[in-house]
Design a protein around this ligand. Structure first.
Ligand code: PMP
Length: 361
């Protein structure tokens, strides 16, 4: 039998094996239709059932109330960097951004093209090793919204509590930690995520938005850049990425089957703890990038004493079958991305490898 790779890629990333197998079984002949799902009309009953199932599974897993719409878009999380200010930043208002890494920087850069912006807090000076304290976030009374990145894929930091602000919607880029833990969605005005980490393959972006934020007033916006287009048409105004949404529906079914977000969180905590314990017990051999109270359960970032030793570690890891442990090209070092679908056994194998490498070096 083929052995699955020890895949620690940051995204696109490991998908649950059970999902891939189910997709394979249905590949040629979806629901006895004599065709594959991606050969069907997006207006067919069969496809629409998949589409609506994915929406209702997301609603139930994340406990999303009727005050919100669940939308499927394309263009990745990166398009949301532009769509959010285009739709939600009106004249005379200021979009506030918390800077905790490269992705929030990029989100701010796009917002600047749409209107007035402000930095509500930043941990850039410390090398993006932490999440700001909630008390350090400053908002002016003309804030349109507060944008933050719930998990910083590159730096390996994660928000463990969110600001509660009256009358200003909090917007979260949850690309790399959506569905990793139970969260009260009512804290947010909008959340968004490219699918290619915890949700499925790349190609579909999930946006969950409070209905009152979907404005019809932005009629000057191009149709495809207006949230209203998606909400008024159940994300079927034009052809959606049907294959990606089908795979998303299978991933959501898998999350339900293994016990939902409480069970996922328990597994994720155990997996992350195993690696962080090895870092903490290594006496400085492995040096964690994130400050302890800001550590991510999804992306564990660390360095070794010098670049030479890091390179040796990465080379030997690669030779031993580990995939994707290089840090992001902008920061270097090492990163283990341990999303929902990364099996616990693979994480334990990595920890054993780290320990052995430490003892031998
Ligand atoms: N935000 C975060 C937190 C990310 O990790 C990524 C991708 N790694 C993006 C945004 C960009 O996503 P996309 O490639 O889907 O545009």
């Amino acid at each position: 039998m083929m052995k699955r790779a020890l895949n620690f890629n940051a995204g696109p990333a490991t998908l649950p094996e059970a999902v891939l197998k189910k997709a394979e079984r249905n590949w040629l002949n979806f629901n006895n239709s004599g065709m594959a799902i991606m050969e069907m009309s997006h207006r067919s009953k069969e496809y629409e059932a998949v589409h609506n199932q994915a929406i209702s599974s997301l609603r139930s897993l994340l406990a999303i109330s009727d005050d919100y719409e669940v939308l499927f878009l394309q263009g990745g999380a990166s398009l949301q960097f532009s769509m959010i200010p285009m739709n939600l930043l009106s004249e005379g208002k200021v979009a506030h951004y918390v800077l905790t890494g490269a992705w929030s920087d990029k989100a701010l850069k796009e917002a600047k093209k749409a209107g007035k912006t402000a930095i509500a807090a930043s941990t850039k000076e410390g090398g993006y090793r932490s999440i700001p304290k909630l008390d350090d976030i400053t908002l002016s009374s003309d804030a349109a919204y507060l944008h933050l990145t719930s998990n910083n894929t590159i730096y390996g930091t994660q928000w463990h509590a969110f600001p509660q602000i009256k009358n200003t919607p909090v917007i979260a880029d949850m690309s790399s930690d959506i569905l990793s833990r139970p969260l009260d969605m009512n804290q947010f005005g909008l959340i968004y995520a490219g699918a290619q980490k915890n949700l499925g393959p790349s190609g579909v972006t999930v946006v969950i938005i409070r209905k009152e934020l979907i404005s019809e007033s932005h009629t000057q916006l191009p149709t495809m850049l207006n949230y209203h287009t998606y909400s008024a048409n159940n994300s079927l105004y034009n052809t959606p990425p049907t294959l990606a949404i089908y795979l998303l529906s299978l991933v959501l079914e898998w999350v339900e089957e293994i016990g939902g977000l409480e069970a996922i969180q328990k597994e994720n905590t155990e997996k992350a703890k195993a690696i962080y314990d090895e870092i903490d017990e290594s006496g400085g051999f492995f040096i964690g990038h994130a400050e302890k109270d800001s550590r991510s359960l999804m992306n564990v970032t660390f360095n070794l004493a010098n670049d030479e030793l890091s390179a040796k570690f990465l080379n030997e890891a690669k030779a031993s079958g580990f995939v994707g442990l290089n840090g992001h090209r902008s920061v270097g070092g090492c990163r283990a991305s341990i999303y929902n679908a990364v099996p616990k056994d693979h994480v334990f194998e990595l920890v054993q490898f780290m320990r052995k490498f430490r003892v031998n070096n």
